[in-house]
Design a protein. Structure first.
Length: 105
């Protein structure tokens, strides 16, 4: 007798799909109607907020006004990762534009 065992991860994924079909399969209407420029502006706004928060936390940590150094370090790491991600996206966009420039029509 050959018994085939089913992968537990696949079972779990199927259960999740059964519970929330709209969340996993279909984008929300508000996501469909967003323009690229709006998404880009929102992302840059969030990046600026994180960097500004870090810039205000650094002097507070040096003067002793900050109560929790752990939160300051988390904010600094989030800002660093956000900037690194933004730089990588910019690099990919520049590479894409260069590829388009080099295409022959």
């Amino acid at each position: 007798m050959n018994i085939i065992q089913q992968n537990p991860l696949i079972d779990y994924q199927e259960q999740l799909k059964g519970l929330q079909p709209n969340v996993l399969n279909e984008p929300k209407q508000e996501q469909i109607n967003q323009k690229f420029s709006n998404v880009f502006d929102d992302a840059l706004g969030k990046l600026e907020e994180k960097v500004n928060k870090t810039e205000t936390n650094i002097p507070d940590s040096m003067t002793g006004k900050a109560e929790n150094m752990h939160d300051i370090m988390i904010d600094m790491t989030e800002a660093q990762l956000s900037v690194q991600t933004a730089v990588q996206i910019r690099n990919k966009l520049i590479d894409s534009v260069n590829e388009l420039k080099n295409m022959q029509f």
